[in-house]
Write a protein that binds this ligand. Sequence first.
Ligand code: SF4
Ligand code: SF4
Length: 398
Amino acid sequence: MQYRKDRYGQDLSMLGYGCMRFSKNGGSIDIDKTEKEIMAAVEAGVNYFDTAYIYPGSEAALGEIVERNHIRDRIRIATKLPQYLIGNTAGLDKYFNEELSRLRTDHVDYYLMHHLTDIAMWEKLKAVGVIDWIKNKKESGSIRNIGFSYHGNTDNFLKILNDYDWDFCQIQYNYLDEVSQAGVEGLKAAYSKGIPVVIMEPLRGGKLVNMLPEGALAAFRRSGRDWSPAEWAFRWLYNQKEVTVVLSGMNSMEMVEENCRIASETQAGSFTADDFATLQEVIGQIRKFEKVGCTGCRYCMPCPKGVDIPGTFRCYNTMFTESKSAGRSQFIQTVGLTKEPAFASQCIRCGKCEQHCPQGIPIREKLQEADRALRPLPYKLAIQAGRAFMYRKAKTKA
Ligand code: SF4
Ligand code: SF4
């Protein structure tokens, strides 16, 4: 295993164990099989384990396995505050204490504000006193590093990143998402501030393995590399020195062994020009199925009416490269729930954006088409309800 440093010089294994997809037996976690897989990873040098309050059964299973095998001092546990459930100050302790008890520990090594998509969510947490709360927890040693996991757009990522003295952050990042969500711009901004970045969704929920078109698979075969599609995706990430840990939700011994091998072999800066060319071809093959040729360059932004033009097109395209539901759920996460609405329906057809688009996209027309596909009536209503819940007024007392 190779290691990269956290903010305070501690070694973190380049491969992190994602605990959301533990092995299952029927509907529940197969604790014995999971234990074998976790222990194989620990023996291979994995020391970063990522779970969350809302992953069903995950914190409790991890706590049980860690206690049974006496490995608490060999691993670092990352878990997350379900910030969307916090309505008052007392909620902070309530969820945190429950997590400690599930994990059978007295401290969390890496604690994240879960699933921020907008600076307004962070502002709401500040309104219930999260800054003092974090300070107390860090002073008492029950939280060692504080961070956030993120799914919104680049602008909001940078605002959150620059608003607080974070110890680390976690972003969705893979070769297809280089310019979406926090993107490479967010990754480099965090790195330049000395903030380690943990990567989630390195395979885009398995899509970069299971849903590649034949043209993409053929490009991999022609490359002369004996790498699986998953290995290409992991190596692309490890190749970037700005990446600290890459999470993988492992649930088979083969996966653990293959992922540990890749993380022990790949050096930053080892990709060749031919490797990059192969991946460009693969991306091109995936993008053939897209409806709008938007590259995410953002030259059209900002829109005077607040429309998230590249965000809308990215989710619309996902409806055709992955599935309708994947595109719509990505839209809800990254565009639908921002505090300032960013819907295409706000467009007043001024045409300013089209003057700047190097791809010559008829943005006004395509936005309307995308909006109709992304927000059919049930989704509109669900987004409305979600926004009302997210931005309900926070109370400072229990
Ligand atoms: S045409 Fe619409 S999307 Fe483009 S800049 Fe004007 S308001 Fe924004
Ligand atoms: S300028 Fe064109 S290609 Fe670039 S993000 Fe905007 S719509 Fe997409």
